[in-house]
Write a protein that binds this ligand. Structure first.
Ligand code: GAL
Length: 373
């Protein structure tokens, strides 16, 4: 670790940086730093304490840091555009799919971005896997949101589900169609071919979520406005939604499920459009229920720290298993600048909570995390 001075400020080289590798640790100006002995001593003690903290944070050889709410850059130095997204693991590579909302794109098209990573921290841009013009004459205000990709081992196809929406005859605001769309590709980051859209099992479907159980069974979670939170099994080829598993009579969006230590945890957000609200969770020993009542995942006044759930990602390591809350911090007026809130969840004995967002590190091999104090 190096300490150096620049413009009369003292910096150290270390992992907790906000700009490159360096973080400002003291604003003392250089002349006073050298002039006054007590100040110098105090500054040195302060530095030592900070350095010890940093050393402790990095001692376990964990990877680099995830910073909830900050701009997250890809390998090209561009903000990751994978909003309302999901992560699929293939071998030891993670693929993150989500809404690409960069400025300057063709306004008639809708886009899905795909990124890959081995450590869930550094993401390589792979492809705009969907660059789609209105596929079924829905009209200029058609919507494609919350893409999720499943891998079907039998057909060897990657199957993407999307929330497809738009007004109907100019009515119903922007979200009257309430359908899911399906697209497939032979390659995880290939150009996905749009197949069709439909209402799953005949029901309205707006926000969708994806869940693959430990036995490999794939489920779609969807928000059915008249009835609630639905969990349904996909068909063998994943091209259809085959069978309802549960209907939880709760109106929740951004649905996500994880199976952890013998219990299913379902989370979702209230229906407040782009504005954050207190996200909630329930548990069940079986996907079909009975589900407990829903409780807040974070102090309700924080409104989930400004985020909305999109997925819970289970990282099974050699030492422990970590479940990551993946959320979107939407900026409706500048959607391209929407941020991500990823934090390891605290889960035990049927209780789940989202800790206060702080920088944290993950070792995907061991599953261990360390959260900055
Ligand atoms: C949210 C939903 C987003 C988007 C938004 C539009 O509730 O989760 O995916 O649809 O509403 O208002």
């Amino acid at each position: 670790m190096n300490i150096y001075a620049n413009k009369n400020r003292y910096y150290f080289e270390g992992p907790m940086s906000h700009q490159g590798n360096y973080q400002l640790v003291s604003k003392s100006n250089a002349s006073s730093f050298h002039r006054s002995r007590p100040i110098r001593k105090a500054a040195l003690i302060f530095l030592a304490v900070v350095l010890m903290g940093i050393a402790a944070f990095s001692a376990r050889g964990l990877g680099q840091t995830i910073r909830p709410g900050e701009v997250w850059l890809d390998d090209r130095g561009q903000p990751i555009q994978a909003h309302g997204g999901g992560v699929l693991k293939q071998g030891n590579t993670y693929f993150w799919f989500g809404e690409e909302r960069e400025q300057g794109l063709d306004p008639t098209k809708r886009y899905v971005g795909c990124y890959s990573s081995k450590d869930l921290v550094h993401w390589k841009f792979r492809n705009l896997v969907i660059q789609l013009s209105d596929p079924e004459n829905f009209g200029p205000r058609w919507i494609l949101e919350r893409p999720k990709v499943f891998y079907n081992a039998k057909t060897k196809k990657y199957v993407m589900y999307m929330h497809i929406d738009g007004p109907v005859n100019g009515n119903g605001g922007g979200y009257a169609l309430a359908r899911v769309g399906v697209a497939t590709s032979d390659k995880v980051d290939g150009d996905y071919h749009y197949i069709r859209s439909f209402r799953p099992l005949g029901h309205e479907s707006r926000d969708i979520g994806q869940f693959v159980d430990d036995d490999g069974t794939a489920y779609l979670i969807f928000e059915d406005r008249p009835f609630g939170f639905r969990i349904a099994k996909l068909s063998d080829d994943y091209l259809d939604v085959e069978k309802e598993v549960a209907l939880i009579p709760m109106h929740l969006e951004g649905g996500a499920i994880v199976h952890y230590q013998g219990l299913y945890y379902a989370i979702g957000s209230e229906l407040t459009s782009w504005s954050p609200n207190p996200n909630k969770y329930a548990t069940a020993t079986s996907l079909s229920g009975p589900w407990t009542e829903f409780k807040d995942i974070a102090p309700p006044e924080t409104k989930t720290y400004g985020a909305q759930s999109t997925m819970m990602l289970k990282v099974v390591g050699s030492k422990t298993t970590t479940v990551i809350f993946m959320g979107d911090i939407w900026k409706p007026k500048t959607l391209w600048d929407s941020r991500y809130l990823w934090m390891p969840l605290t889960i035990s004995d049927g209780k789940l909570s989202l800790p206060t967002p702080r920088p944290w590190k993950l070792n995907v091999k061991t599953g261990e995390v360390e959260v900055a104090q």
